[in-house]
Write a protein that binds this ligand. Structure first.
Ligand code: FAD
Length: 217
C-alpha cells in the first residue's frame, strides 16, 4: 500500500501553510490565564474552510479525515495561537461532525452551513463534575415531553462553552439502558434555561474559552 501524500494533498498543505502564515502568524501577547477569544482569526479560519474540512460539500470542504489532519498540521506550523486551533478542533470534530453525521435533516439545514463557515461556534458537552473519564456516570437528564425533551444538569470543562451558539450535549434518557440510554442533543445556547458560564483560567491554550454550562428545564 502506498501511504505517501498525493500531489493534491501536497498542494493543499502548501496552500494551508501560506494562508496561516499570511493571516494567523501574529504573536500572542501574554495577558494572564484567560485571553480574549480571537474572533477575527476565527473568521479567517472559516474563510479558508478549516472549520468545515470534513463536512460534506456544499457546506464544508468534504475532505477525508487524513487530509483534514494534514491541513490542521499546516495551520499548526504557522499559527502560534494553539488555543485557537484547539477551539477549531473541538468545534469541528466534537460538535459539528456529530451534527453532520447523525443530525436530522431539519437540524442540518438550520445550522450546518453557519457552523462550517464559522459564523456560529459549536461546543461539545459531555463531561460533568463527577464524570470525566467515566463518561457513563453522567447525571444530566433529558425527559421526553410532548414535542421535545426537557434537559436538566450541569456540564464542566466545555471547550468553546462561554462563546457557543450551538451545544451538542449528552444526557440520560433511559437510566436502565447503560450507554444505550445516553442521547445527544443539539441545543442553541439562546434557548431559555441555558446558562453559559464564564471562561476559566488554564496553564496553556489560553485563547481557548472553556467553562461550565447549566441547563435548567
Ligand atoms: C483543556 C480541556 C478541554 C476539555 N474540553 C472538553 C469539552 O469540550 N467537552 C467535554 O465534555 N469535556 C472536555 N474536557 C474534559 C475532559 O474530557 C476530562 O477532563 C477527561 O475526560 C478526564 O476527566 P476528569 O478531568 O474528570 O478526570 P478523571 O476522570 O477524574 O481522571 C483523573 C485521573 O485518573 C485517571 N483515571 C481515570 N479513570 C481511570 C481508570 N479507570 N483507571 C486508571 N486511571 C484512571 C485519569 O487518567 C487521570 O489521570 C476538557 C478537558 C480539558 C483539560
Amino acid at each position: 500500500m502506498d501511504f505517501s501524500w498525493t500531489d493534491d494533498q501536497h498542494k493543499l498543505y502548501t496552500q494551508a501553510r501560506k494562508f496561516a502564515l499570511d493571516h494567523l502568524n501574529a504573536p500572542i501577547i501574554p495577558s494572564g490565564p484567560i485571553h480574549p477569544f480571537p474572533l477575527e482569526k476565527w473568521r479567517q479560519c472559516g474563510k479558508f474552510g478549516l472549520l468545515g474540512l470534513t463536512i460534506p460539500k456544499p457546506d464544508g470542504l468534504g475532505l477525508d479525515i487524513l487530509t483534514s489532519a494534514l491541513v490542521f498540521e499546516a495551520f499548526g506550523q504557522e499559527c502560534p495561537d494553539r488555543g485557537l486551533l484547539f477551539a477549531a478542533g473541538a468545534h469541528l470534530f466534537a460538535a459539528t461532525m456529530p451534527i453532520s453525521e447523525f443530525g436530522t435533516d431539519h437540524l442540518k439545514k438550520n445550522v450546518l452551513s453557519d457552523l462550517a463557515s464559522g459564523k456560529k461556534i459549536a461546543a461539545n458537552a459531555i463531561s460533568e463534575h463527577q464524570a470525566g473519564s467515566d463518561v457513563l456516570a453522567i447525571q444530566m437528564t433529558a425527559d421526553k415531553t410532548e414535542g421535545g425533551y426537557i434537559l436538566n444538569g450541569e456540564k464542566s470543562f466545555v471547550t468553546n462553552g462561554p462563546i457557543a451558539d450551538v451545544v451538542v450535549v449528552y444526557a440520560v434518557t433511559n437510566p436502565k439502558a447503560g450507554y444505550l440510554g445516553i442521547t445527544g442533543f443539539a441545543v442553541e445556547s439562546k434557548e431559555p434555561g441555558v446558562e453559559l458560564g464564564k471562561a476559566f483560567g488554564k496553564m496553556g491554550l489560553n485563547t481557548t474559552q472553556g467553562g461550565y454550562i447549566t441547563f435548567k428545564d
